[in-house]
Design a binder for this molecule. Structure first.
Ligand code: CO8
Length: 263
């Protein structure tokens, strides 16, 4: 049985981490499958969005696979940590949106996966935490950097140093998700709804917006605005905006066609 289930429909690729007996903990196999699949999706013009969730009712993902980790020497663990960190970075910077449908526990690397996603949607059963310090570890899949950027340093320090959990409402209040938590039965549809809405936008525009966000993470405002100007100029000169603006003027829905749709 594969540890990452995939299903593509209407331009949306659904990914399910499929290790429910281990609360969907991230072993090296899952991390490899995840990053390869997201990279392939980004290369596929027919794929407009990814929805990522965990199998079963209990967990989105319980973090790094501690059983696998326990069997590694320090050198191998370091290698795995670097590969995991690079994988999360690849997910963060992918030019198609990754919607995390957080169906339950999201601990350690599971919470860090949410932080690397584009838009997390939380079920009311979601519970987020970074318990690494209690294990003598640190949130090494980007948590020490992305969490303070998302919620501020004091709240991040408190969460990382105490291992305290956030319930879905608190996570929403802190801005970790842009949408109010949804009932568990509605989570899949809520995430798919966002993904399908994005899939109807101009595909080049979506990729450009995500690229602009990625550039802005590290650049000065002036440098990022210069990059934005270049992308905006390309957009206005392209077929996609010609279609989008014509559709608006003709009072009809736009028909955005990509290479993938023509296949
Ligand atoms: N890794 C491997 N197996 C796990 C993990 C995990 N992270 N979490 C749960 N499991 C397994 C359990 O071992 C158990 O399997 P089995 O029945 O075969 O023993 C099964 O899932 C169910 O778990 P529990 O019986 O423990 O279920 P409970 O409901 O009693 O508890 C908890 C649920 C609270 C989630 C508990 O399982 C737990 O605390 N899990 C560990 C969570 C955790 O600490 N995650 C952080 C890991 S560290 C990390 O992510 C750091 C990443 C960056 C550093 C990387 C360095 C290389």
């Amino acid at each position: 049985m594969t540890e990452l289930l995939t299903e593509q429909c209407d331009g949306v690729l659904q990914l399910t981490i499929n290790r429910p007996d281990a609360l969907n903990a991230l072993n090296t196999n899952v991390i490899g499958l995840l990053v390869d699949t997201v990279r392939e999706a980004a290369d596929d013009p027919a794929c407009r969005a990814v929805v990522l969730t965990g199998a079963g009712e209990k967990a989105f993902c319980a973090g790094a696979d501690l059983k696998e980790l326990a069997e590694m020497g320090a050198d191998r663990a370091h290698e795995v940590m670097r590969a995991g960190q690079a994988a999360f970075r690849a997910i963060e910077r992918t030019p198609i949106p990754v919607i995390a449908a957080v169906n339950g526990l999201a601990l350690g690397g599971g919470f860090e996966l949410i932080l690397a996603s584009t838009i997390p949607v939380l079920s009311t059963r979601a519970s987020l935490g970074l318990p690494e310090s209690g294990l003598g570890l640190i949130p090494g899949y980007g948590g020490t950097q992305r969490l303070p950027r998302a919620v501020g340093e004091r709240i991040a320090a408190h969460l990382m140093l105490t291992g305290s959990r956030l319930d879905a409402d608190r996570a929403y209040d802190l801005g970790l998700t842009p949408v109010p938590p949804v009932a568990p039965d509605n989570l899949h549809e809520a995430a798919m709804d966002i993904a399908r809405t994005i899939a109807r936008q101009g595909p080049v525009a979506v990729r450009s917006i995500l690229t602009a966000l990625e550039i802005g993470r590290d650049a000065s405002l002036d440098a990022a605005l210069t990059a934005e100007t270049g992308m905006a100029a390309l957009a206005i000169a392209g077929d996609e905006s010609a279609e989008g603006i014509s559709a608006f003027l003709e009072r009809r829905p736009p028909r955005f066609v990509t290479e993938g749709d023509r296949r």
